[in-house]
Design a protein around this ligand. Structure first.
Ligand code: SF4
Ligand code: SF4
Length: 473
């Protein structure tokens, strides 16, 4: 045993077998091309869409403005205090993914996941320079030659260019795109941006050029738990063994009696980007891309048999066909209705919160040290940190008032000339003021006070509760 372990040590990961997926054409490949083109187009061009929000405010439609702590998405703006919107959107997307998995299995993985999209793009480039599966395999096993070097080198140069463009496009989402492009052209890129470009270029090159299916099998956590969302009504890639077996070679004109429709041509394996044989049943590696369906349908057409030996199918329908019962078409059921209801409730909550989002917010923080000051005339003074959040795209003026404290007055610390009835705050920014609240000595030790902020030209206001302290308690 010990000797055998030494000879064949246990491995956590099996050695990567290089996969050379064969070119295939069909309905699902067409859908994949369309989705790939659309997602890449959106990724590369979205940061260039402009959206006018007024002077001094970024006019990029989609922007995560880290230095100023804002996120912009067309007409929506999210402040750090509103991070719950992001949480809501992430929960929404997670539930949407659960819904799509329970309906159509790993269709997200097979069609729209960035790992799939970029791997597809890289394989396409590889095919341009090195040819289809057989040529690529031959070239890979061939000794070093001029032909091999130029083909491999061209592939890697093209991959690196795509990777740079990918890393480069990502940083545009965090900076004003035209300004950053100018900086890049002038070799004047901030080091923080440059390091992100380098990291993302390298990871794209590595993940789409080399790791490929290993990412889906070993790195992606979703692959591990997505089966929890599957049931017998989920559409999965399915080989019809009742029809296909016993498989074997078939010559034109031969009878099909006692023979399955699978002619063991292995086309379905050759086109598979995960390198699996779907005839062995659904496997964890299968990303539901449907390319094996296209390949098998092409073969079925050639030998004049109906398409669908491999197809998107549900376990229940497979059983129904076996029992000669009628198949069911609809995919909606209890589980999917639950996901749909959660999505509906979540979208209603997000929409309601967005529509009722206040563009004014007041934050008040009582000074801790000292809690209060006794003035020479006997009056008591408390200090507060006031933050007025003007979330509108216009500069505004506000009036600050107090409720619950008789004969009190507000003084703005450090700006004697400024009245609490006329506090300016720039558009889309936070007005930060330090105030003194002064009151008579004959009040409770700890008194509840209400701070009111009101916009001068509008009815918008906000109220915050705090305390006034006039002695030790
Ligand atoms: S492509 Fe179809 S016929 Fe060919 S091996 Fe696969 S299942 Fe059998
Ligand atoms: S088995 Fe078919 S659907 Fe699954 S990954 Fe391979 S080609 Fe795609």
């Amino acid at each position: 045993m010990q000797e055998s372990l030494e000879k064949n040590p246990l491995r956590l990961f099996s050695e990567q077998k290089i996969i050379f997926p064969k070119r295939v054409w069909g309905k699902f490949r067409k859908i994949k091309w369309i989705i790939m083109t659309c997602t890449l187009f959106v990724y590369y061009f979205a940061p260039w869409i402009r959206w006018d929000r007024g002077p001094q405010i970024p006019n990029q439609a989609i922007l995560i403005d880290m230095p100023n702590r804002r996120a912009y998405f067309f007409f929506i703006e999210i402040w750090p205090q509103e991070i719950y919107f992001l949480t809501g959107i992430l929960i929404f997307l997670a539930v949407a993914l659960f819904l799509s998995t329970s309906l159509v299995g790993r269709a997200w993985c097979g069609y729209a996941c960035p790992q799939t999209v970029w791997t597809d793009l890289f394989v396409w480039v590889e095919r341009i320079f090195q040819g289809d599966r057989n040529s690529r395999m031959k070239l890979s096993n061939a000794p070093i030659s001029f032909n091999k070097i130029w083909r491999k080198l061209s592939t890697h140069i093209a991959w690196i260019v795509i990777a740079i463009l990918t890393g480069g496009a990502w940083v545009f989402y965090f900076n004003d795109a035209p300004t950053l492009l100018e900086q890049i052209i002038n070799f004047d890129v901030p080091w923080s941006v440059l390091s992100w470009i380098v990291v993302l270029t390298f990871s794209t090159y590595l993940m789409a050029g080399f790791a490929r299916e290993q990412v889906c099998t070993y790195m992606c956590p979703y692959a591990r738990f997505q089966s929890a969302m599957f049931d017998r009504d989920t559409l999965i890639i399915s080989y019809d063994e009742f029809r296909g077996e016993p498989r074997g070679k078939h010559k034109a004109g031969d009878s099909w009696v006692n023979k399955g429709h699978c002619i063991n041509c292995t086309e379905c394996i050759q086109v598979c980007p995960m390198g699996i044989d779907i005839r062995q049943g659904l496997q964890m590696e299968c990303i539901a891309c449907g390319l094996c369906i296209d390949a098998c349908n092409k073969i079925m057409k050639k030998i004049n048999l109906p398409a669908g030996l491999i197809r998107y199918d549900t376990e229940k329908n497979k059983g129904r066909r076996f029992r000669n019962e009628k198949e069911k078409k609809g995919l909606l059921r209890g589980r999917t209705y639950s996901y749909l209801s959660i999505l509906l409730i979540l979208s209603a909550a997000i929409l309601y919160t967005l529509l009722n989002r206040s563009i004014l917010e007041l934050n008040v923080l009582h000074d801790r040290n000292p809690l209060f000051v006794k003035l020479s005339n006997g009056q008591i003074r408390n200090s507060y940190d006031i933050k007025i959040l003007n979330k509108s795209f216009k500069s505004k003026k506000y009036s600050l008032s107090i409720e619950g404290l008789k004969n009190s007055k507000i003084k703005i610390q450090g700006i004697e000339s400024l009245s609490s009835n006329n506090l300016p705050v720039m558009a889309n920014s936070v007005g930060h003021y330090r105030i003194f609240l002064i009151a008579d000595k004959n009040i409770e030790v700890r008194k509840k006070v209400i701070f009111n902020i009101k916009e001068l030209d509008d009815e918008i206001s906000d109220t915050v509760e705090n305390i006034f302290i006039s002695g030790k308690y």
